[in-house]
Design a protein around this ligand. Structure first.
Ligand SMILES: Cc1ncc(COP(=O)(O)O)c(C=O)c1O
Length: 406
């Protein structure tokens, strides 16, 4: 069913998160449904960065490593991210990319489970997760086993050292029960590593309470940290003394400025750090994380789910597209609409000011971050999609595929 403007206006009027949109700078005339891929610009970010550049770097120079707290930024920023994923502050550090953090934590898991020769993951998970595990498996001489979602639990056996899963799937938006899957892994003696790229800032996550061992998450999606923002890594307290990644660097040393000959890990999650933190990017991510001040993530999750439901129901009435029905119950903040010429249709839609992304060959992905998306945006986006489909304009030469659409 197509939502009516009156219905959407009423939902916006009653939205407890409506005020959060003012925390961002969004271009006029654009409906941005891709904040799940690259979050929009936080309004406070340009000034904060300018101050970091001119004041902390320009005036403070190298003194700012101490005076402006640069040296501790991976840890202080990690502590700011921690409540968004249900972690104690010292269990999270901001650093590197999701890919690198996957490697570090998975290698630490293998070392904690000597004798076990299998890393288990879901076959359809995001490619970088598989690529990183393939490289690690080659290096460590273990087997990477990739099975469909329905076979994960039965594939857990006494040879599995690590179960790697995404909380919210990047295509289907399906959500794993983190507590249940972790318990199943622990029951056979395996450890768990979770990719929170599509959850952090969008869904309720309870790393500590759910007994998670390790997790990674993305800074540039829902956390609004800017293109290529640093990622984060979580290390459960029970592993603080023993987890040791295969990739270690001086920033993870117990005393980096002693310049000792041999590596000695810092206490806690700090040992996951490698090289010098990218301070400008860290300050940007800090501003992104600050957009969540006083936001109830449970409310955000519920709002995104409502937005997805309205959009999916409306899109299902349009000719020429099929909608991947959103999973029952909890799910990620995006939905897939399919069209055989998805790239062309999305390009035409973007030309009309509605920005989503596409995944080959036929999937258009629309994300509905709760802090920035208005219910009225659902109506505007559906009207634009209908216009693109009804007019057949996507067949025009100007919408032919060229280069890369995200
Ligand atoms: C589930 C998932 N993991 C990882 C990544 C990317 O990782 P990285 O930050 O290393 O580029 C993405 C990017 O879209 C993703 O969706």
């Amino acid at each position: 069913m197509m939502p009516t403007p009156t219905q959407l206006a009423a939902l916006d009027a009653a939205d407890p998160l409506a005020h959060a949109r003012a925390r961002f700078r969004l271009p006029p005339g654009v409906i941005y449904l891709d904040g799940n891929s690259l979050g929009p610009l936080p309004a406070a970010l340009p000034e904060r960065l300018a101050q970091t550049v001119a004041g902390e770097w320009g005036d403070g120079l190298i003194r700012s490593w101490n005076d402006a707290g640069w040296i501790d930024l991976p840890v202080t920023l990690g502590a700011a991210i921690a409540p968004l994923v249900g972690a104690e502050p010292a269990a999270v550090v901001a650093c590197d990319s999701v890919s690198l953090n996957l490697f570090k934590l998975a290698s630490a898991a293998l070392a904690l489970r000597p004798g076990r020769r299998t890393i288990l993951m879901e076959a359809s998970d995001f490619p970088t997760d598989a690529y990183v595990m393939q490289g690690l498996a080659r290096l460590a001489g273990v087997t990477l086993k990739r099975v469909p979602r329905a076979e994960l639990v039965t594939a857990l056996d006494a040879d599995v050292a690590l179960l790697l899963l995404s909380h919210a799937h990047y295509v289907t938006a399906e959500v794993h029960d983190m507590a249940a899957m972790s318990a199943a892994a622990h029951a056979v003696g395996a450890l768990t590593l979770w990719d929170l790229s599509h959850s952090a800032g969008a869904l309720v996550v309870q790393l500590d309470a759910d007994g998670i061992d390790f997790a990674v998450g993305c800074g540039y999606k829902f956390l609004n940290g800017g293109p290529g923002a640093p990622a984060f890594a979580y290390l459960a307290r029970r592993h603080w003394e023993t987890a040791l990644p295969a990739l270690t660097g001086w920033m993870g040393h117990a005393a980096p400025f002693d310049f000792a000959a041999d590596f000695a890990p810092a206490a806690g999650a700090r040992r996951l750090l490698t090289g010098t933190p990218p301070i400008l990017a860290m300050r940007a991510l800090e501003a992104g994380v600050a957009t969540f001040a006083d936001i109830d993530i449970a409310q955000a999750e519920a709002k995104s789910r409502q937005l997805v439901a309205l959009f999916a129901a409306g899109a299902a009435t349009l000719p020429g597209v099929t909608v991947d029905a959103p999973p029952q119950g909890r799910h990620g903040a995006h939905v897939i609409i399919r069209h055989p010429e998805a790239r062309r249709v999305m390009t035409a839609l973007i030309a009309r000011g509605v920005i989503g992304d596409m995944r080959p060959p036929d999937a258009m992905r629309f994300g509905f971050p709760a802090l920035t998306t208005r219910f009225a945006d659902v109506g505007t986006a559906l009207a634009a999609l209908q216009a693109v489909l009804d007019s057949g304009e996507w067949q025009e030469e100007r919408f032919a595929p060229r280069g890369m659409v995200s």
